[in-house]
Design a protein around this ligand. Structure first.
Ligand SMILES: CC(C)(COP(=O)(O)OP(=O)(O)OC[C@H]1O[C@@H](n2cnc3c(N)ncnc32)[C@H](O)[C@@H]1OP(=O)(O)O)[C@@H](O)C(=O)NCCC(=O)NCCS
Length: 175
């Protein structure tokens, strides 16, 4: 498993993955409804960004792209999705693209690399995630990685569970 920066060559694949029901769980769209083009992520624009508060990384296994991780600095992210945030944090989103690739052990090393990459910056004290409360499988996945509950929070129409991984907890797990 390697994580590499997304490029414009990945746009078509990312757009295709966005149409998948299990990915809509993650992006907050209703899995039973077709994607509204107005809500659709503009991947070309996102990937072309040069700001240092966002990284879009593709997970590759044997040269095949299998999923994506977005790491943001929630204090500096331009929409302020996370509200007013203290500095020294990161927020991560992750999804596997193909249904057939779910539950095959790809997400765990992807997420571990994203966590290590985030904590490589010594100013980062914790990492936030916000799975939908109904996404119990993802919540179990994050708990296994050491994330703990911060509490429920509503983002727009989405009832989420905010979870965090503190640096000390990660260092203990890794030692
Ligand atoms: C969450 C996710 C990234 C985990 O990656 P993965 O490659 O499936 O995970 P792994 O194979 O490394 O680990 C398996 C664990 O993942 C969790 N998991 C989450 N969603 C799963 C799914 N749809 N199928 C199978 N396992 C899933 C389970 O906890 C499973 O552990 P279990 O054996 O105790 O059930 C991936 O399942 C995914 O993309 N899910 C859909 C999108 C999503 O929910 N993203 C997170 C939003 S916050």
């Amino acid at each position: 498993m390697i994580l590499r920066p997304a490029t414009l060559d990945d746009v078509a694949l990312l757009e295709y993955w966005d149409t998948k029901p299990h990915v809509k769980w993650c992006t907050g769209f209703n899995p039973d409804e077709p994607l509204d083009p107005d809500d659709q992520e503009d991947w070309a624009e996102e990937i072309s960004r040069t700001e240092d508060w966002i990284e879009i990384l593709i997970g590759e296994v044997d040269g095949r792209a299998i999923g994506v991780v977005q790491i943001i600095d929630p204090a500096r992210e331009e929409t302020h999705y996370w509200g007013n945030c203290a500095p020294g944090q990161r927020a991560i989103d992750i999804w596997i693209g193909e249904e057939n690739d779910l539950g095959k052990g790809f997400g765990t090393p992807m997420m571990k690399q994203a966590i290590s990459r985030s904590f490589a910056d010594p100013s980062v004290a914790n990492i936030l995630i916000d799975p939908l409360q109904i996404n119990v499988a993802a919540i179990r996945f994050y708990r296994r990685l050491g994330f703990v509950d911060v509490g429920p929070r509503r983002f727009g129409d989405d009832d989420c569970l905010v979870m965090e991984l503190r640096r000390a907890q990660w260092e203990e797990i890794e030692s």
